[in-house]
Ligand binder design. Structure first.
Ligand code: UDP
Length: 388
């Protein structure tokens, strides 16, 4: 949706000629009204179609497991597993104990995953999985990769990868100055960000768009540039990450200081973008009870499909221009009650359906369904080392 709203500059250009002025105003207010109606229509339609997920366990996310496993409905053979294993780290659960191959490319990421797998191991039948700890998924149908059951934290619909809850729910997320050992402990962040949201109730938040992060995707540039031209409307700045090489990586401006998730709660409109794959920030933003603007709909984590556009967040196209982003923010500034309602619903959904218990529950259901598709006997691999 392209939103167009009368701006101050339009009013200024209307000082000289009363007739031109009035025609212009009519044109802009007509456009603004049409666009405003379209947005309201999208919101109403989405709200009508939305069936809230009442479940107390992780069944709000169940359809994702079904979809991810659908390509393997005819069964997972040893050959399929071996293809997957070549692209990932091998784990086994044998007689209630967890084993992993000796090398893990990202030890903190493996540790984040193992926190959940060790907790589940004693309740699981014997199984083995190929778990990818890289940022990006591995098996792309569109590129003609042969089908293989690789577990990855994020993907687009072009991939066969099976989504699992990212390591960073517990540990191994990106290390930034504020989180030097890496982003993790979602259970603790849930509490601390919610507490911060109470210090920044809706009425006291700044009426501004906000983003802080590095240039892991150029899709973020439009908002950064808008912030430079309209600093009263948006505060969006690039920070440095470990890959920073030159000013280009901060779009020719000095790197900004990093801002904690808790301090994001000061702003009404929080922006989420993909990075290399999905960005870990998405779930945290909702906890501020601010309105989340989610740019792009391709990159997913397992819980994304349970969140609905216009119901829990505002969808924005990756191709949105600065002007279009500006107009969307202005629309919600002018429709504050609607903005708050969506922000509250987004918070409630994440608070109720993305608990640490849901993460464990998702892992359990995923593994149990996966095991049912396996067509070969899983034999203990003595090259693996005991984790639990
Ligand atoms: N981050 C943060 N404050 C900052 C910059 C980054 O909390 O000032 C978090 C951000 O929310 C994300 C992680 O650090 O979860 C890495 O952010 P970045 O933008 O560098 O990369 P992304 O993972 O989003 O591609």
């Amino acid at each position: 949706i392209v939103v167009s709203v009368t701006s101050d500059s339009n009013k200024d250009s209307c000082n000289k000629d009363e007739e031109v002025c009035s025609q212009k105003h009519n044109k802009y207010s007509k456009e603004a009204n049409e666009v405003s109606s379209k947005i309201k229509e999208s919101i109403n339609l989405a709200a009508q179609q939305y069936v809230p997920c009442k479940s107390a366990n992780c069944s709000c996310h169940k359809s994702v497991i079904d979809q991810d496993l659908a390509p393997f409905a005819t069964g997972i053979t040893k050959e399929l597993f071996n293809t997957a294993r070549a692209k990932a780290t091998k784990y086994q659960i044998i007689n209630g104990k967890l084993y992993r191959e000796k090398e893990c490319h990202f030890p903190a990421r493996c540790a984040g995953v193992e926190h959940y797998l060790t907790a589940l191991a004693s309740k699981m039948p014997n199984l083995e999985i190929a778990l990818n700890t890289r940022d990006w998924p591995q098996v792309n149908q569109a590129w003609g990769h042969p089908k293989a059951p690789v577990f990855s934290f994020s993907k687009t619909k072009d991939y066969y990868d099976i989504m699992y809850p990212a390591w960073s729910f517990w540990e191994g997320g990106p290390a930034i100055s504020l989180y030097p050992t890496g982003i993790g402990r979602w259970d603790i962040h849930r509490i601390s960000i919610t507490e911060s949201s109470e210090k920044w109730p809706w009425g006291e938040k700044e009426n501004k768009g906000f983003f802080r992060g590095s240039r892991t995707s150029e899709e973020r540039d439009a908002l950064i540039l808008l912030s430079r031209s309209e600093p009263d409307l948006v505060d969006a700045q690039y920070t440095k990450n470990q890959a920073w090489k030159s000013d280009l990586d901060t779009l020719y401006a000095p790197a900004a200081s990093e801002v904690s998730f808790e301090d994001h709660c000061k702003y009404k409109y929080l922006f989420n973008y993909r990075g290399v794959a999905a960005s870990f920030r998405f779930k945290h933003l909702f906890l501020c009870k601010s309105l989340v603007f989610h740019v792009g709909d391709q990159w997913l984590e397992f819980f994304y499909p349970s969140l609905k556009p216009w119901v829990h967040y505002i969808p924005i196209s990756t191709k949105a221009t600065q002007e279009e982003i500006k107009d969307l923010i202005i629309f919600f500034k002018n429709n504050d009650a609607i903005a708050k309602e969506i922000a509250d619903r987004g918070y409630q959904h994440i608070w109720e359906h993305l608990t640490d218990k849901d993460v464990k529950c998702y892992w359990r259901k995923l593994l149990k369904k996966y095991v049912k598709l396996v067509k070969y006997n899983v034999v203990k691999d003595n090259d693996l080392r005991l984790i639990s």
